[in-house]
Each structure stands twice: as structure tokens, then as C-alpha cells.
Design a protein around this ligand. Structure first.
Ligand SMILES: Cc1cc2nc3c(=O)[nH]c(=O)nc-3n(C[C@H](O)[C@H](O)[C@H](O)COP(=O)(O)OP(=O)(O)OC[C@H]3O[C@@H](n4cnc5c(N)ncnc54)[C@H](O)[C@@H]3O)c2cc1C
Length: 437
């Protein structure tokens, strides 16, 4: 029997990590606080409970979630195995019966001879053991305090404030100009210009748009500095013009004048293929976001790869705290996995659990730590959360994170097919080289 490894949190990520390690022969102690202590969203005592939607996203490999699932399958994912067992018809999405899904994982984990499940809340991360922290967006209060001390006060966030991201290709760059406020910095921003009439229409539709009701435990979310744009709009016609849509310090080189209002787009990755709407965190429903944001002339045909949201969400600034192998830069024995690392959603959370499991095992054996190539969805997502410059807000698996294909391919669908084929080939090679199968 190998060294014992501790996993904290029996959600999607913790279950994957425990499964991986136990199958490699490690003795795993998996701590899960439910049912003794519940989170505000979980309802059962099952491991890997899906707290909201019962789908694990698209299955097509030409979508980010579909490609990531295909890679996870190659890595022996328990979550994907359970999803196949529990599958229900849901078009091109992987819909599951949530009870069968969680029951399958719970039975597999609880009956594994190398896993001991301890139903206790962990309040402090053990000092001298290899540990994987996978306590999710609703990590218990006491452990959150301890993690905050460990990673640094300004690197643990309690809420996400996600602005939408669009594909750069879909932006009409004739409807604005590149430039930073007061000419500071280089052309870091694209300023989408609105006339007074366009602003008024946008403002009126924003006020009318349908919003997602916050859950009870999220009601106290709004603090100045990350107000949803519709809340700012509710405070008055001018508020946005002094906030995220303020034009001061920006002169449109095409007219030599300051525009009436702007929406700034900022590069989200080094290739500049993804652009985020600066300061546009919102609680509008997804269809309403698309409808209202497309009233911004430069975004009339925008393709949104991520839509905005604001949630209660405990997550760390992994770009300042973690290595791409998912352990702490300062404490190599402490790994993080799941939504607490700043990935978003069931599938991405589970996928990071597999990687943390692989690397915790390698650390224990004294082997070098590894990360999948950047051409894979898992590799590119993990690199994004651990190397992004500036503030990290949660990210889901999207094609825009992958390097473009070597040759120019005009047809979008074909380009995605080529990138997906390349990702799967790279993942296969990586698995073979590192004997992970
Ligand atoms: C209200 C809500 C709705 C969501 N809806 C969706 C959705 O529809 N689709 C989607 O893809 N994602 C959704 N998410 C995000 C979703 O939670 C994550 O994608 C996913 O569950 C994260 O997996 P995880 O393993 O990181 O955390 P979780 O699955 O939350 O697992 C963490 C586990 O750690 C346990 N735990 C916490 N603290 C301690 C402690 N101190 N000691 C021991 N155990 C502890 C918890 O009980 C929990 O079982 C939602 C999140 C919330 C909060």
C-alpha cells in the first residue's frame, strides 16, 4: 500500500481525485461534511450531487464541454462513466438522472477498498500530508477562513462577477476604435461606441430585461464595485455613463470627439481571440443578455462564448496561488481542484479533480508533475486559470482558449473539427508517454 492521501470534499472534483488515486493504489481518505453539515445548495448526502441543472453540457467534440468530456473519458473519468449509466434523452446534451448519477458515484467510491469516506467537516488543512482541497463554491465557513489565511487575504473571492465574453471574430470593428483611457497603456481596449440614441435604447431595454432571481443565500451579494449593470441602470439614466460605459478620456480618432457612451472590450487571452465586456457583470437571463447586448452596434452579430453572472462562489486567484499542476506555489503538498480553482461548471470541476489526483500521486512517488499539452481542452483551461494576467474570474471550457490550428481554415465548423482532432491526438500521446491509462 502506498502513502495515504487526503481529499477534502466529496463533490464532482473530490470524487474524481479520490477515484484516480485509489485506482493507482493509494490509500485515500475522503472527507465529506454532508449530511452532518449541509451547504445552502446541496439536498442529499450523496457524493457528486448535481446541485442545479441535470445536464453535463454538450457532447459534440466541436464544443468546449464536449471536447473536455471526450478527454476525461480517455483519462478514465468516473463522472463520465456515471453519466453514461444515468443518461436520459436531452438532444445533444448529456442529460442525466441526478439520483442514479450520484448514487452510482457514491457506491463506487464507498465500496472501493482503498477509499475511506469520513463524514466530517474539515476546518483546517492538514500540515504534513499530501492534500487535495475540493470543497467547491460553497466551502464551509471555517475552512474558508483557514484557506484565506493560507493563500493570502486578497486571493480568495466570495462571489464571482462574470462579464460576458465574445469571439473577437464576431465583433464589428468598424463600430468603434482601439485605445486606452487618456492614452495610457497601448491599444489594450476596443471601445464600442454608442450615440445618445443608441444608448437610450440600450438603457430602456436593459431596465425591461428579465433577470435571474438570486437564491436566498445570494441575496446579500451586491457590494459596490461589482454591481450588476442592470442594478446600476436602475439607479438612474446617467449612472452607467459614470460607470462601465463612461466615455471620458477616450477620443474617437475617426471623429476627433469623445463618444456619448462606450463599452470597452478587453483581450481575454494572449491571441486576442476572446474579448470580455469590461464591468458588465449581470444577472439578466442568458437569452436577455444576448438580446440586449446585441443592441451595442459593434456587437450586433456577437457570438457569446460565456455569458455574465454573479454568484456566491468561493474561489481562489489560482493565477497567483497555484502552479499549472494545481498545487500551491508555496506549499507543494497542497493541491486544489474543482470550482474553487476558478473553473466553472460540473465538467470542468471534475476534470481538474482528475489532474490534481494524477499530480498528487506523482508527488507522492517523487515523480515530476505534469499538465496536458496546451492544445488539449484540459491543458488550455488549467493554463488559463493558473497563468492569466490580472484578475481571474471563473472560466469554462471554450474553444477560444485553444491555440488556433497551424493552417488557416476559413470554415468555422471545419476549424473546430481540426482543433478537436488535434486535442484528442495530443491527449492520447500525453496519456501514453506518462503511462496514465
Ligand atoms: C446554487 C448553485 C447552482 C449551480 N448550478 C450549476 C449548474 O446548473 N451547472 C453547472 O455546471 N454548475 C453549476 N454550479 C456550479 C457547481 O457547483 C460546480 O460546477 C460543481 O458542483 C463544482 O464541483 P466541485 O467538486 O468543485 O464542488 P461541489 O460539487 O460543490 O463539491 C464540494 C463538496 O465539498 C463539501 N465540503 C465543503 N466544505 C467542506 C468541508 N469544510 N469539509 C468537508 N467537506 C466540505 C461539500 O459538501 C460538497 O459536497 C452551481 C453552483 C451553485 C452554488
Amino acid at each position: 500500500m502506498r502513502e495515504r492521501i487526503v481529499v477534502i470534499g466529496g463533490g464532482l472534483a473530490g470524487s474524481e481525485a479520490a477515484w484516480r488515486l485509489a485506482n493507482e493504489g493509494f490509500k485515500v481518505v475522503l472527507y465529506e461534511m454532508r449530511p452532518k453539515k449541509m451547504t445552502p445548495a446541496h439536498k442529499t448526502d450523496k457524493l457528486a450531487e448535481l446541485v442545479c441543472s441535470n445536464t453535463l453540457g454538450n457532447v459534440e467534440i466541436t464544443t468546449g464541454a464536449g471536447l473536455l468530456k471526450a478527454e476525461m473519458s480517455m483519462l478514465g473519468s468516473l463522472v463520465i462513466e456515471a453519466a453514461k449509466e444515468a443518461r436520459i434523452p436531452a438532444g445533444s446534451a448529456l442529460g442525466v438522472d441526478r439520483n442514479i448519477f450520484a448514487q452510482y458515484i457514491t457506491e463506487k467510491i464507498e465500496s472501493h477498498p482503498n477509499i475511506e469516506v469520513v463524514r466530517e467537516e474539515v476546518k483546517k488543512i492538514p500540515e504534513d500530508e499530501i492534500v487535495i482541497v475540493a470543497t467547491g463554491p460553497l466551502t464551509s465557513e471555517e475552512l474558508t477562513k483557514h484557506i484565506r489565511e493560507l493563500v493570502g487575504y486578497d486571493t480568495l473571492y466570495f462571489y464571482d462577477a462574470i462579464s460576458p465574453i465574445v469571439e473577437a471574430e464576431s465583433v464589428d470593428f468598424s463600430k468603434g476604435f482601439w485605445g486606452s483611457r487618456y492614452g495610457k497603456g497601448r491599444d489594450d481596449y476596443f471601445n464600442c461606441v454608442l450615440t445618445e440614441e443608441e444608448y437610450r435604447k440600450f438603457y430602456e431595454e436593459l431596465l425591461k430585461a428579465e433577470k435571474v432571481e438570486p437564491k436566498d443565500f445570494e441575496k446579500a451579494v451586491y457590494f459596490e464595485g461589482c454591481l450588476p449593470i442592470e442594478e446600476m441602470a436602475r439607479r438612474g439614466y446617467q449612472t452607467l455613463l459614470f460607470g462601465p460605459m463612461k466615455p471620458v478620456g477616450l477620443i474617437d480618432p475617426r471623429t476627433g470627439k469623445q463618444p456619448f457612451a462606450v463599452v470597452q472590450l478587453r483581450k481575454e487571452n494572449k491571441e486576442g481571440t476572446l474579448l470580455s465586456l469590461v464591468g458588465f457583470q449581470t444577472k439578466l437571463t442568458y437569452p436577455e443578455q444576448k438580446r440586449v447586448f446585441r443592441l451595442i452596434p459593434a456587437l450586433r452579430n456577437a457570438v457569446f462564448v460565456r455569458l455574465g453572472s454573479i454568484h456566491r462562489n468561493t474561489f481562489i486567484q489560482s493565477n497567483r496561488v497555484l502552479t499549472p499542476f494545481l498545487n500551491m506555489r508555496k506549499k507543494e503538498n497542497v493541491f486544489f481542484a474543482g470550482q474553487i480553482t476558478g473553473v466553472e461548471g460540473y465538467v470542468a470541476s471534475a476534470a481538474t479533480g482528475i489532474l490534481a489526483g494524477i499530480n498528487a500521486g506523482r508527488l507522492s512517488r517523487g515523480e515530476p508533475l505534469i499538465v496536458p499539452p496546451e492544445e488539449t481542452m484540459l491543458g488550455s483551461l488549467v493554463r488559463y486559470i493558473t497563468t492569466k494576467e490580472g484578475e481571474l474570474q471563473p472560466m469554462n471550457p471554450v474553444f477560444g482558449l485553444l491555440p488556433p490550428p497551424g493552417k488557416k481554415v476559413r470554415d468555422k465548423k471545419r476549424r473546430k473539427e481540426l482543433m478537436a482532432e488535434r486535442a484528442l491526438a495530443k491527449m492520447e500521446e500525453w496519456i501514453r508517454e506518462n503511462r496514465l491509462a
